[in-house]
Design a protein around this ligand. Structure first.
Ligand SMILES: NC(=O)c1ccc[n+]([C@@H]2O[C@H](COP(=O)([O-])OP(=O)(O)OC[C@H]3O[C@@H](n4cnc5c(N)ncnc54)[C@H](O)[C@@H]3O)[C@@H](O)[C@H]2O)c1
Ligand SMILES: O=C(O)C[C@H](O)C(=O)O
Ligand SMILES: [Mg+2]
Length: 562
């Protein structure tokens, strides 16, 4: 790919970009291609005459044409394929189309449809995107990073495919997730697409059906474990860090037996975080704070029950505890006692301590064993119920009605993705509580009207957090990503929910605000990094302008022959 002379912050086409490539090479480079949009001057300068149709089409007309095609597709998966094909042909147009139709298209390139795409990844595969680090290649990782043509990588999103959304172990099929997350980085926070790298770490898969699938694209071996697994991760982290020392590495959709360990092992050595733990913690706290503006209560007053006690649950629980402590000065243990977690064996209690994974222990309650959610709701009388179990329909009518019996405005967050794994739907939550639920879900649900009132379910998804945090840490070249950065991000997001939004029950800003939200989060994260001496650059006078100037705009920049 051509390395541009300009930096990653090209804005609305003022400077001409020197391009060395010619003819079809330009057209076949998705970062340079303009499709039918090359002006005459560029057709002459870059040897494009005759290689594209005669009329030069403006980008807005190209967007219109693309949307006609998107809407003509027969299924969501076809829409995904159409958009990914556009991604691979013309990145500027892909991002322009998405940015101008965020509410319609984010559910296609991200949850829920990306889940379908991952499930069938080998069957729908068309063209390479990102990098695959297979355990069989571990001794070559150092040279493999040299195969990637870009020097200025700012964000790497990596998965080992072991817990893809709530769909379980999808092995190498998991690549759809880093691709989707990085599209969100570009859309949400304006990272330049050139500076992003999706990665699939192929450690094998325990998904037998996939191993037997003739079109599966990963290694057909059981997952590596223990020391063998750790050595491959170490080789990967070292190789990436050596090639791109300033890059942020986001761990995504690792099963919880790896997620916590890897985060602890690397968070002080390299610039990295775990989105499912930390990003999810922040976005959920923000939504609860919005809900409490409606009920007029404090965070410390809440009794929170989690269905699910994995990575997301622990990340959210820790962030709520941090919020309670900051709000009221309550002690760590006292705050933890406001939180009850359930796993597949029932309530997590001290009696089970000997058999509990490390991450569940701090939230083990001194309680008699309670086997199911309804019993827990009856006993604990929660005000907040969070679903992070990947068990669809597990917020049953009986459970929700039981909660509403003691709680006038139950805060109900079924967060499992994709939609097919949600613990309940928006319509169910509103119906079973006569419209009183303060609801948000991990994947989007459409608005509904009840007794003449419009109710707009908000989306409690870490996409509101990670792009802004990521932009913040790479912009100021932070030396590490801290929990406080996520806490500040949560507070910033919560502060951006308007009264008009709350009036229709929406606990998060509309997705069309994502750039504004991410810019504000990035500024807040930078402020913190400068205040805590973690930033690697001198503080710009105007931090807000500094962040906004870094944000990629999907417009065609003029080219000149290099
Ligand atoms: N909305 C978001 O932003 C967001 C972020 C992260 C994760 N998630 C979703 O949350 C879900 C869980 O993610 P995770 O990373 O915590 O996974 P995880 O595997 O770490 O945790 C899942 C937990 O659910 C528990 N569980 C399984 N079956 C259960 C049952 N029948 N009853 C009670 N608990 C049960 C497991 O014991 C485990 O503790 C996934 O569906 C994921 O898509 C959503
Ligand atoms: O990917 C998402 O939509 C959110 C989250 O990271 C998840 O794993 O479900
Ligand atoms: Mg995830």
């Amino acid at each position: 790919m051509t390395k541009p002379a300009t930096c990653s912050t090209q804005s609305a086409g003022v400077l001409a970009l020197p391009v060395r490539k010619r003819g079809l090479e330009v057209i076949h480079d998705p970062l340079l291609n303009k499709g039918s949009g090359f002006p005459d001057s560029e057709r002459a300068a870059l040897g494009l005459r005759g290689l594209v149709p005669p009329r030069t089409v403006g980008i807005e007309d190209q967007v219109g044409q693309a949307m006609e095609n998107v809407r003509r597709q027969q299924s969501d998966l076809d829409r995904y394929l159409y958009l990914e094909n556009l991604h691979d042909c013309n990145e500027t147009l892909y991002y322009r189309v998405l940015l101008s139709h965020l509410n319609e298209l984010t559910p296609i390139i991200y949850t829920p449809v990306v889940g379908q795409a991952c499930s069938q990844f080998g069957h729908i595969y068309q063209r390479a995107r990102g990098m695959y680090f297979s355990s069989a290649d571990a001794r070559h990782f150092e040279e493999m990073v040299g195969n990637w043509p870009e020097d200025a990588i700012e964000a790497v999103v990596v998965t080992d495919g072991s817990r893809i959304l709530g769909l379980g172990d999808l092995g190498a099929n998991g690549m759809g997730i880093p691709i989707g997350k990085l599209s969100l980085y570009v859309l949400g926070a304006g990272l330049h697409p050139r500076n992003t790298l999706p990665v699939l770490l192929d450690m094998g898969t325990n998904n037998q059906a996939l191993r037997e699938d003739p079109f599966y694209l990963g290694q057909r071996i059981p997952r590596l474990t223990g020391d063998a697994y750790d050595k491959v991760v170490e080789a990967f982290m070292r190789a990436v860090h050596a090639r791109w020392p300033d890059a942020l590495i986001q761990f995504e959709d690792f099963s919880n037996d790896q997620a916590f360990r890897l985060l602890e092992r690397y968070r002080h050595r390299m610039l990295c975080f775990n989105d499912d733990i930390q990003g999810t913690g922040a976005v959920t706290l923000a939504g609860i704070l919005s809900a409490l503006r409606v009920t007029g209560q404090t965070l410390t007053e809440q009794r929170v029950v989690f269905l699910g006690a994995g990575a997301a649950a622990r990340g959210i629980a820790d962030t709520i505890v941090a919020g309670m402590r900051a709000e009221s000065g309550i002690g760590l243990e006292a705050a933890r006692r406001q939180i009850w977690t359930l796993d597949s064996q029932g309530l997590v209690t001290l009696d089970r301590l000997d058999n509990l994974s490390e991450h569940k222990r701090p939230f083990a309650q001194d309680s008699a064993p309670l086997a199911d959610l309804i019993e827990v709701i009856r006993t604990v009388r929660p005000t907040v119920l969070i679903g992070v179990s990947g068990q669809p329909g597990s917020f049953t009518e009986e459970a929700v009605r039981e909660m509403h019996r003691h709680c006038a405005r139950p805060i109900l967050f079924p967060l499992s993705n994709p939609t097919s794994k949600a613990e309940c739907t928006a319509e169910q939550a509103y119906t079973w509580t006569d419209g009183a639920a303060l609801f948000a879900s991990g994947s989007p649900f459409p608005p509904i009207t009840r007794a003449g009132h419009l109710l707009v379910p908000g989306q409690c998804n870490n996409m509101y957090i990670f792009p802004g945090v990521g932009q913040g840490v790479v912009a100021c070249q932070a030396s590490q990503v801290t929990d406080t950065m996520f806490y500040v991000a949560a507070r910033t997001l919560a502060g951006l929910v308007g009264e008009d939004s709350l009036a229709v029950g929406r606990l998060y800003p509309d997705l069309t605000q994502i750039r504004e939200i991410s810019a504000k989060i990035a500024v807040a994260v930078c402020e913190l990094a400068f205040a805590e001496g973690l930033a690697g650059i001198a503080r710009p006078d105007d931090l807000d302008a500094f962040i906004r100037a870094r944000m990629f705009q999907p417009s065609y920049v003029p080219y000149e022959s290099a």
